[in-house]
Design a protein around this ligand. Structure first.
Ligand SMILES: *Cc1c(COP(=O)(O)O)cnc(C)c1O
Ligand code: SF4
Length: 457
């Protein structure tokens, strides 16, 4: 790729620009009408770097980055696509289009997995805005000013937030709530900033969240989940406050904590521009660790060669392969869905091509209500073909590392689609999970008598 290391002013591209993007003028106008129809229902946001450096415009619509960022006709049910196309073609007034879009959005499972209710912790008897505490060691924090991204992924499970049908009250927190909560919770060893993309915030604002954490002895790491390394690497190189950002990362390191960038890379191409490589080099210079994760998505990266190449690029550029996720059941899931059996096949083939340095990666992993569950393999037990599943993270910390089995099903694409194997009627965690749901308290480690972080359990 040709991207030079020169700075580039950020230019956002939204739905209203679809008619004006020169690269799209070569496309069939009928396809462009469908894109507009989809973009009126699902979020769309791109930028000049993605457009000019990442997308291969000679391979549209199949190009994986085009699929990653641009709306595609198949993302809506045929009848929904037809009705939105008709409204737009007829020049319907904006409120009419919005109303029709809302109706479709509400049918697309905008709030998957009832996560919120169980994950939002309490402080002084009140739910804590902008925070989720699902696994004992790590709190997720959603800073108020970090609720957008440099571009949107078409498969993003936060799409409902970006189109404004999700209440943002619980998706945005202040530095004060973060500090107070973490102070009161010595079991928390890691704070994970997420969004949106926290690195859309300028460094000065980010610093207000990060600095107060540096004195807390029980914190071992501060993590930032971001796609800026892929969508806007200039953030780390030559944006106006890039140096300030790297200085903040160095400061975290010097305070005796690991600064971890949880980089979302979906495709090897995102690691192949000069500017992305420079961003990774600068992060290494600032003593920040980069760990990489992404979901496996049909049309984007559903090919073992793609993952193999991506992991190899990561190893080469000081980035550590970390998770391969299974896509969640929300939004245009049907368009992106890859069955678990196929995810596993892609994972295993790619895994076999890297050295041990790449086998830090775990996957394919589902972030579902009981925890993070990895599909570890397929085998035969007592004549029955089964999936071998394992908790990488559990709502009950004692589930972590536990193995269980499900009947093999070549079409299953999520934990909910699976049935217990070997004559069992329920998965081992189900009774306890139901008790958590019934009591409304899912943080079992906070109950009296639960073994502490460093006690034997
Ligand atoms: C994935 C995840 C984390 C972090 O888990 P690690 O395995 O430590 O990376 C924390 N909270 C939630 C809700 C998550 O889904
Ligand atoms: S960068 Fe992350 S939060 Fe933003 S759209 Fe993509 S997946 Fe969603």
């Amino acid at each position: 790729m040709t991207a030079t290391l020169q700075s580039r002013p950020f230019r956002v591209i939204t739905q209203l620009d679809i008619s004006r993007i020169p690269q799209l003028q070569r496309l069939d106008p009928d396809f462009v009408l469908s894109m507009k129809a989809v973009a009126s229902v699902l979020p769309f946001r791109a930028n000049n770097y993605v457009l000019e450096e990442l997308i291969d415009w000679s391979n549209i619509p199949a190009d994986p980055i085009f699929q990653l960022v641009f709306p595609q006709p198949g993302m809506l049910q045929p009848q929904d696509l037809a009705s939105m196309r008709a409204l737009i073609a007829a020049g319907a007034p904006r409120p009419r289009i919005i109303e029709a879009a809302r109706e479709i959005q509400h049918r697309m499972n905008p709030h998957p997995a009832g996560q919120k209710q169980l994950n939002v912790p309490e402080m002084d008897g009140e739910p804590v805005a902008g925070m989720q505490h699902k696994y004992r060691e790590t709190v997720l924090f959603f800073p108020q000013a970090g609720q957008t991204c440099h571009a949107y992924c078409t498969y993003c499970f936060r799409w409902a937030q970006f189109v404004g049908i999700e209440d943002l009250k619980f998706a945005s927190g202040s530095p004060q709530t973060l500090v107070r909560y973490v102070e009161q919770h010595p079991e928390v060893t890691s704070v994970l900033f997420t969004g949106g993309d926290p690195l859309v915030m300028n460094s000065k604002i980010l610093r207000q969240y990060v600095e107060p954490l540096l004195g807390m002895k029980h914190l071992l790491s501060i993590r930032i989940g971001t796609k800026s390394t892929a969508y806007w690497p200039y953030r780390f190189v030559n944006d106006p406050d890039s140096d300030d950002l790297l200085r903040l990362f160095e400061q975290v390191d010097r305070s005796g904590k690991n600064m971890a960038i949880m980089a979302h890379f979906s495709h090897p191409r995102e690691l192949q521009t000069d500017i992305a490589r420079e961003a990774l080099a600068r992060l290494a210079n600032a003593n920040a660790t980069v760990r990489c994760q992404a979901p496996l998505i049909r049309h984007v990266n559903d090919d073992w060669r793609c993952w193999s190449e991506m992991w190899r690029e990561q190893i080469r550029h000081n980035a550590i392969p970390y998770y391969m996720f299974v896509e969640r059941d929300t939004g245009p899931k049907e368009y992106f869905k890859v069955p678990l059996a196929r995810c596993l096949e892609i994972f295993q083939k790619a895994y076999a091509t890297v050295s041990g340095l790449g086998r830090t990666v775990r996957g394919p992993s589902m972030s579902c209500t009981p925890g993070k569950v990895v599909v570890d393999g397929v085998t035969e037990i007592q004549g029955q073909k089964v999936f071998v599943l394992k908790f990488l993270q559990g709502r009950d910390p004692q589930w972590s590392g536990r193995i269980f089995f499900a009947a093999y099903d070549e079409n299953a694409a999520w934990l909910d689609d699976l049935k217990p194997a070997l004559g069992e009627t329920r998965f081992f965690f189900e009774p306890e999970l139901e008790a958590m749901k019934a009591s409304g308290n899912a943080r079992v480690w906070q109950k009296p008598g639960f073994p502490g972080l460093l006690e034997e359990n």
